[in-house]
Design a protein around this ligand. Structure first.
Ligand code: NAD
Length: 417
């Protein structure tokens, strides 16, 4: 069997297809696929016992043509430059697709945050932030949480940047706690957006979301609340999982109880009372209406795509489906709502947070949620219409809109010198 495509290869493959459909020339293709700026940094960490370990950190600004760069920071042992590049590129198309005035970026540190104490985590965060300080800022590049980071990480980054500036700069990161310039509704924004995207697709297919069955891979910030929101909206969430494995209940899981369980510090959902244990492999192959991969890249690939029985895949994660898998799923009639659309609620409300920080004027949670819904439904409508018009998948349509808008901005600005 051929080696599985990496995230960076998948991102390049998807871009090439959008470029082909849009009829862009080779020069444009080169401009769009090459990251504008890449920084690799050493992040020395003094552990609590005194020994020093030097970690690797990255920040990639894939494109800056439509505005400052925007994208999360990932703390994960497998993070490397190629993964960060792919995630940065997807951010560029996502921001353009949903119409927020940003380019795309991503950052990361190759570290397992679960293996660190809170003090160690704070030191890693502050040192990483110091190392990338020259290239971030509210007008340059605005980080946010991703896998392994959270609102506390963002508070430490905001504080570090502010101390170096000599005054408080709330707009340098988003996904902060509300007490330090965060937005109401940001915490659940990605998950709420996953629900809006799923329901737009179901509505279009004439399927009633009430009673639809759901499986969610990854019970973290995105997956946990996506399961909860879908449950609250009347779906039956039959399975959820995390890196430790999954739980199943055909009659519907107690999503609120599971959220309390992990928030209280349980290392995994596995073993939650009244549930059966399943593997992540089994979860992806369940006969459900909606499958939400909300963990890592490349989990649906040429080796398992033919076993996926879900009618709709709503990509909470970035890059969970490889291009090979996309082909197999399309042949089997599975509708894939692509990452750049399905999980764009996070960056949408990050944009709202940044706007509120810059204006120092804050909105209510209802205002945030209403604007999020309007923005996502508009983006879904545009993607769906282009997909029908050009007879391409929702993914290719979404990429064509994102890539096309970035290309248009390049064309309008011109090439310097
Ligand atoms: P998180 O760290 O909060 O949660 C990740 C979850 O995935 C955890 O439950 C973890 O145990 C699980 N997991 C990790 N590896 C796994 C594996 N191999 N198999 C099964 N489960 C595994 O991260 P998050 O912020 O929820 O991000 C999840 C995905 O959503 C990522 O792809 C991220 O890029 C994407 N995303 C996040 C946001 C956001 O606002 N946080 C926005 C858009 C997209």
């Amino acid at each position: 069997m051929a080696a599985r495509m990496s995230a960076w290869e998948s991102a390049q493959h998807q871009l090439a297809e959008a470029v082909r459909q849009l009829g862009l020339d080779d020069g444009f293709h080169d401009l769009l696929r090459t990251p504008r700026r890449e920084v690799a940094v050493a992040v020395p960490l003094r552990h609590d016992d005194g020994h020093v370990e030097v970690l690797k950190g990255y920040r990639v600004q894939h494109n800056l043509t439509r505005g400052p760069a925007k994208g999360g920071v990932r703390f994960h042992p497998a993070t490397d430059l190629d993964e960060v590049r792919a995630l940065a590129m997807w951010m560029t198309w996502k921001c353009a697709l949903i119409g927020v005035p940003y380019g795309g970026a991503k950052g990361g540190v190759a570290v397992d945050p679960k293996a660190l104490s809170r003090n160690e985590l704070e030191r890693v965060t502050r040192r990483y932030c110091s190392e990338i300080l020259p290239i971030i800022g509210p007008e340059k590049d605005i980080p946010a949480p991703d896998v392994g980071t959270d609102e506390q990480t963002m508070a430490w980054m905001m504080d570090t940047y502010s101390i170096h500036s000599g005054y408080t700069v709330t707009g340098v990161v988003t996904g902060k706690p509300v007490s330090v310039g965060g937005s109401e509704g940001r915490g659940g924004a990605t998950s709420r957006g996953v629900m809006f995207a799923a329901f737009s697709a179901l509505r279009e297919a004439g399927v009633d979301p009430r009673g639809a069955t759901v499986a969610v891979q990854g019970f973290g910030k995105v997956g946990g609340l996506a399961a909860q929101f879908l449950h609250d909206a009347g779906c039956t969430v039959v399975a959820v999982s995390d890196v430790g494995g999954g739980v199943y209940d055909g009659g519907g899981l107690d999503t609120a109880g599971l959220l309390r369980h992990v928030r209280a510090g349980a290392p995994t959902v596995v073993g939650y009372p009244g549930t059966d244990t399943i593997t992540n492999t089994e979860l992806l192959e369940l006969d459900v209406d909606i499958l939400v991969p909300a963990a890592m890249e490349g989990v649906i690939h040429d080796g398992n795509a033919s076993k996926v029985r879900a009618r709709f895949i709503v990509e909470g994660a970035n890059g969970p489906t490889t291009p090979d898998a996309d082909e197999i799923l399309a042949e089997n009639g599975t509708v894939v709502i692509p990452d750049v659309l399905a999980n764009s609620g996070g960056v949408a409300v990050s944009y709202f947070e940044w706007v509120q920080d810059l204006q120092a004027y804050f909105w209510t949670e209802d205002e945030v949620n209403d604007r999020l819904k309007a923005l996502m439904e508009r983006a879904y409508g545009q993607v769906s219409a282009l997909s029908a018009e050009r007879k391409v998948s929702l993914r290719t349509a979404a990429q064509m809109i994102g890539v096309g808008r970035v290309a248009e901005a390049h064309r309008t600005r011109g090439l310097y010198p």
